[in-house]
Design a protein around this ligand. Structure first.
Ligand SMILES: Cc1cc2nc3c(=O)[nH]c(=O)nc-3n(C[C@H](O)[C@H](O)[C@H](O)COP(=O)(O)O)c2cc1C
Length: 362
């Protein structure tokens, strides 16, 4: 199957990229991540100064990461003289992530542009005012003569407006999204924060932010037919398909590789073909934008129907029902006067024995 895609004219062999972060923080790490089969490289964000990263700086659970990293802990000299020259042999496109202000971008782009195929510009620490962000997009696109992708953070109040303004200014696409914050994590047993940052704040990412990231990609793509790299919470090939369906032409993943290990990149790529086939697609490009129009479940009051063959009488439906409408004895009984048709039981049933509440409109 053809897993290739293109982002603003850049051809890539498959749609999975490493999102900017520690796994692409130097040449050795980037070569290793490339060997796992990703479609393109994205560097950790480079700025005009090395970041003074507080330590410890990463804590993870099974479905999220909270991090207090800033940008690259190496200054631009190290990138220009060592890391970027050393990855020139990689046979995949290289996207150089940079930040943040107009002055910093003006200094960085001429020095870095010959090492990469495109730039990704982080807007994480520049506030919510779109005017300076648009100026950065305009400047970077003018002086780089390469595709420029502006990366949006989820705290941006109007993602569609962000996308319109940066595209009008000359950007070639959007990366959506960065991590969300500030977030606070304290070890419940010790009451101690595992992060060394001021106030112990960090930024949250990983599977828990996937619905938020999907909604930002979908909202932008419904309004604008532009290249979007979808990032946020991807952990499986099925997740990639969901991002493609709401209009992303490629995706980035980081936290799941931090939670489950770096081999997650290879695992996800290897499963992509079967994930696409099971949703009826013949290629990656075929899936892009296929679910931009969201179908609603019908809002008729439908009581849950229970399949006794599948039901194990585990009682989870009774315990979770917010309308106290379900009683389980030797069978499941639904009180039609109490049932609100909310759909929670159907989504929580571990054996998929409940159906009938959610009926998708055709
Ligand atoms: C430890 C860590 C470091 C990160 N560093 C950067 C960075 O340097 N530049 C950037 O644009 N995003 C950075 N991010 C954000 C990720 O690139 C990504 O946008 C976000 O984590 C959501 O994707 P995920 O859920 O797959 O991790 C970082 C995230 C983490 C967890």
């Amino acid at each position: 199957m053809d897993l290739s895609t293109d982002i603003a004219g850049m051809k890539i062999k498959n749609p999975l990229l490493p999102a900017a972060g520690p796994l692409t923080g130097d040449d050795v790490k980037m070569k290793y991540i490339a060997s796992l089969g990703v479609g393109a490289m994205v560097t950790k964000t480079i700025s005009t100064e090395a970041a003074k990263v507080p330590r410890p700086c990463i804590v993870a659970t099974n479905n999220y990461v909270v991090n207090a990293e800033l940008w690259s802990e190496y200054g631009p000299d190290k990138w220009i003289n060592e890391f970027l020259p050393n990855i020139q042999n990689l046979k995949i496109p290289k996207i150089i992530s940079i930040g943040y202000s107009k002055e910093q971008i003006e200094w960085l782009v001429p020095r870095l542009k010959d090492f990469g195929d495109a730039f990704e510009i982080s807007t994480h620490y520049v506030g919510k005012d779109l005017k300076p962000i648009a100026e950065v997009a305009k400047l970077a696109s003018k002086i780089s003569q390469k595709p420029v992708f502006m990366k949006i953070s989820p705290h941006m109040p109007d993602p569609v407006e962000f996308a319109k303004i940066v595209m009008d200014a000359g950007a070639d696409g959007i990366v959506a999204v960065n991590s969300l914050g500030p977030a606070y994590y304290v070890d419940p047993k010790t009451g101690i924060s595992p992060l060394g940052s001021e106030n112990r704040y960090g930024w949250i990412s990983g599977p828990v932010i996937k619905p938020l990231a999907l909604s930002i990609v979908q909202r932008i793509r419904q309004e604008l037919d532009i290249p979007i790299i979808g990032v946020g919470g991807i952990k499986s090939a099925e997740d990639i398909v969901e991002f493609l369906e709401v209009g992303a032409c490629a995706v980035g993943m980081l936290s799941s590789a931090l939670i489950f290990g770096k081999a997650q990149y290879t695992r996800v790529i290897n499963r992509l073909e079967s994930a696409l086939i099971s949703r009826g697609y013949v290629s990656v490009k075929d899936a892009v934008g296929k679910k931009l129009e969201v179908k609603h479940a019908r809002f008729d009051l439908n009581n849950p129907k229970v399949d006794p063959e599948k039901c194990t009488l585990c009682k989870l439906c009774e315990h979770v029902c917010p309308y106290f409408a379900i009683k389980v004895s030797d069978h499941v009984e639904v009180d039609p006067n109490a049932c609100f048709g909310c759909g929670l039981c159907e989504s929580r049933c571990p054996t998929k024995a409940i159906s009938g509440v959610l009926i998708n409109e055709l």
